[in-house]
Design a binder for this molecule. Structure first.
Ligand SMILES: Cc1ncc(COP(=O)(O)O)c(C=O)c1O
Length: 435
């Protein structure tokens, strides 16, 4: 396979196929080249998306890619080469970002020319997490006084260690599907109503300085207006925090949550409206003169990837039609957790007319059937969705779109010890092994 050819093929997608990073012919080429099930990602698309988002946002917004959405080394290197900030949540993610930055020769870090360009969050940070984040010069989002206590004992710089506090809003945050949790009870951060008490408790640790805020309570939001309403809530909390502290905040982190469509016909998030709205918010809040961080994961990485698997069996059972696939929740767990399927189509699509025969007669058109898509695991939980597809046969290829985020690393890969799916990285400019 010649990689440049594949990248050109991949770009050949029609407008109603924007949910799929690869064209059918490119998907077939990948499936014939790499054993299915597998994931394939387009690094050129990741680059394009990151740059288009960055240019849609006001200059004061820093874009920190949420590594958890897809921590693939070639993707991190590609984004590192663009000078991206990163949002990490474990020592492992910090190390992966460090490796990517080394690979592209990024001269940052605590002693380097550029500050850490990293934020670090998590509700149960271990000692190694916190030490890795400290060593990388990350802005740590403390989740409670325990984080402050530990950082105070480990930080030995001349200046106090600047941290953000993650605050869980009491109200004014909406989330379409519960992924992060909206305003309900939460494992994340300090409850907004406890903020005065928390700020007072921090005074006992002068080695740590509360200098910023993180608020992130809603994921996969497609409506820029709703995202901006959540951000307005966050800025309101920021203003109260600044008053409580009696000094200026330098960083407000509004988290991720930029949504992507998972179904044909679903709207796209309008990033120009988001950017313009953020500019207006900043203008309406002159008390804040620092920088904003956004931590998109899904929006950057989701549309870059597809998951390819073949049909093993088709089975009728008591009125239901199953397509039983090579891979299931061991490779794509998200549908089971959120109730939302990845978009999927079949190659070949037998609901489309087959090419005309030698006599010029159009070929047959197969009727669509609602298939329950089951995986190979010995549990009825192994379902990756339902889909209306033309007639399927064993060996047919299914292409799941938007699978570049919360796919490969979110799944229960080791359950039943099936082979780990390959990951193919296409169209990269920097990473070794990324054709
Ligand atoms: C702290 C934090 N930041 C950013 C993200 C990325 O969110 P999304 O992929 O919805 O942009 C997450 C996702 O869980 C998160 O927990």
């Amino acid at each position: 396979m010649s990689a440049p050819t594949l990248t050109e093929e991949a770009r050949d997608v029609t407008t109603d196929e924007q949910l799929f990073a690869l064209s059918d012919s490119a998907a077939m080429l990948v499936a014939e080249t790499v054993a299915t099930p597998c994931f394939a990602y387009r690094l050129d698309l990741a680059r394009e998306r990151f740059l288009s988002l960055r240019s849609a946002l006001p200059e004061r917004v820093r874009l920190a890619y949420a590594v958890k959405s897809n921590p693939g080394a070639p993707l991190l290197a590609e984004l590192a080469s663009l000078g991206a900030w990163f949002d990490c949540a474990s020592a492992g993610e910090v190390v992966a970002v460090g490796t990517a930055r080394d690979e592209v020769g990024w001269e940052g870090g605590p002693g380097g020319a550029v500050p850490g360009r990293m934020v670090f969050a998590g509700p149960a940070k271990s000692e190694s997490d916190l030490r890795a984040a400290l060593a990388a010069g990350a802005r740590i989002q403390v989740d409670g006084i325990e984080d402050v206590q530990r950082l105070a004992s480990w930080h030995h710089g001349g200046e106090p260690l600047a941290v953000n506090v993650r605050v869980h809003p009491l109200e004014g945050v909406s989330e379409t599907a519960s992924i992060i949790g909206g305003s309900g009870p939460s494992a994340f951060g300090v409850d907004e109503e406890d903020l005065p008490e928390f700020v007072a408790a921090c005074a006992a640790f002068p080695q740590v300085r509360l200098s910023g805020l993180q608020v992130f309570s809603a994921s996969n939001e497609l409506d820029a207006g709703r995202l901006l309403a959540n951000h307005a809530t966050a800025l309101g909390i920021g203003q109260r925090l600044q008053e409580l502290l009696g000094r200026d905040l330098d960083l407000i982190d509004l988290g991720g949550g930029l949504g992507i469509p998972y179904a044909v016909g679903s709207p796209e998030l309008d990033i120009l409206t988001l950017g313009a709205g953020l500019a207006e918010l900043l203008e309406a809040n002159p008390w804040f003169t620092g920088n904003i961080v956004l931590e998109p994961g899904r929006w950057v990485s989701g549309p870059t990837g597809v998951y390819l698997t073949r049909v093993v069996r088709v089975k009728e059972s008591r009125g239901a039609t199953f397509a039983i696939l090579q891979g299931g929740i061991n490779h794509l767990l998200r549908p089971l957790m959120t109730g939302q399927s990845f978009p999927v189509h079949a190659v070949p699509d037998r609901s489309l007319p087959e090419p005309t025969d030698d006599d010029g007669e159009p070929g047959p058109v197969g009727e669509r059937t609602t298939y329950s898509l089951a995986g190979p695991l010995c549990t009825s939980l192994d379902r990756v969705g339902t889909a209306d597809l033309g007639p399927l046969r064993p060996g047919d290829l299914l292409v799941f779109g938007q699978a570049g985020a919360y796919g490969f690393t979110q799944a229960m890969t080791n359950f039943l010890s099936h082979p780990v799916p390959e990951q193919l990285w296409l169209g990269g400019t920097v990473a070794a092994g990324a054709p």
